[in-house]
Design a protein around this ligand. Sequence first.
Ligand code: NGO
Length: 526
Amino acid sequence: MLCKKLTQILSVLTAVLMLSILISCTKEAPSDLSGESIIPMPVSVISTGKYFKLTPGTDIYIREDSEELKLIGQYLVDKLKLPTGYDVDLKVTHTKPHSGCFVLTTDPSKSSLGEEGYEITIEKRITWLTAAKPAGLFRGIQTIRQLLPAKIEAGELQEGPWVIPTGTITDYPGYSYRGAMLDVSRHFFGGDDVKRFTDMLAYYKMNMLHLHLSDDQGWRIEIETWPNLTTHGGSTQVGGGKGGFYSQEQYSDIVKYAKERYITVVPEIDMPGHTNAALASYAELNCDGKARELYTGTNVGFSTLCTTSEVTYKFIDDVIRELAALTPGQYIHIGGDESHVTKEEDYIQFINRVQDIVAKHGKQVIGWDEIALATLKPGAIAQCWSNVKNANLAVAQGAKILMSPAKKAYLDMQYDKSTRLGLHWAGYIEVDTGYIWDPATFVPGVGKNNIAGIEAPLWSETITNMDEIEYMVFPRLPGYAEIGWTPAASRNWEEYKMRLGKHGERFKAMGIDFYPSTRVSWTGQE
Ligand code: NGO
């Protein structure tokens, strides 16, 4: 009798145990792909309700024996290997993949996906990533990273399971230019910091890294024909620190690192204003022939190259020639902002000549919106930051606009009054303020067809190290990435903030020191 009771109790207990195991398994295995928090939000996500699981035998297959695809495949191997502890291999083969594998393929017939689009089909056994071009595969890998648990970003061994819900994602960007700028002049940041910044852009599918390489406070790129620019002009920074510069070799290393992430570096030499570091390095660049003192303050608009002297154009020709040789990308940024002490007619004549120099060295010009006062050459891009009238002037000349309105997109603006870093001359930019706007309607008369894309600049008057960069960049950067990628009709703050909240865990896993805005509820936050 007792024995029978015991058996009954035991079988009830076993049933309860089995049920709870079943429930916990289902909990561990998300099966709704469309409920995943991907930023930028993909164009289309179709869920098929099951899940794909990585196994100790997970490998990455590529179908073509090319160096480029091997690099991309290896990038995914490196992302998975350490946190999972699995012996993930890269396999160049046409053989049938085994369960738990990722298969990466370029397929020219998928040309409707464009340069950076991709398609991911996640089946129970295999995850297929396909794109027309290698860049698309790289962007798709970022989606795969975001579909895995946040701890996939940790730099050490983590516990699984590593599962992804099944379904199909079809995705491509709305704008071809999606970037951020780092001001390495006001404060200098070394190659490792720039690479970390680049990785952050890559994670959110940005494709342009604009480096503000010269300003009043420092010249940061070695120019062999004008060596004092860096030895003297790069020797300090805001507040009087020791500054620094990139040798051409170090710079090329950054460019290569970015290129491997399908990010184009846009180098900027700001002129004719914002040039005190050059004016301090070479007396002949000043109209009065006298070298200026180095400058470590934060005023703007007081310096100008001597726009009426031929030496200036010889100087610019040398600088642009050397820079163009270091630049695989199509653009050179010539600054052109806030030249308050250059006469307007001289400014116009200067910008016209500099455009010819850039064209002579095979590149296209980008400049801050003031360059629209000049006669823009075909292909020139005006970066709209302050004066919307300049954007209209540029469009009237057939130029494209890069949208960086300071009120919305400046990463150096403070979040609110209590932010201890940054400036607020253009206003406070909380995470929602930075997200809720549309580049295609921001300036009346400037529509989507006139816009090359969006860029969020981080000026560094108050930013001195990587932690501070991270604090200003996160959590705003993912929003700018989404504005550049996702169709306006699919963007909605209330929905976005839920996805962003889930990225808090990812920032943490990556060791990113972010601003925990109270406008977002951060999941995984103690
Ligand atoms: C302005 C100015 C920069 C400042 C920045 C600070 C432009 C294009 N020129 O933006 O020199 O660093 O504001 O927010």
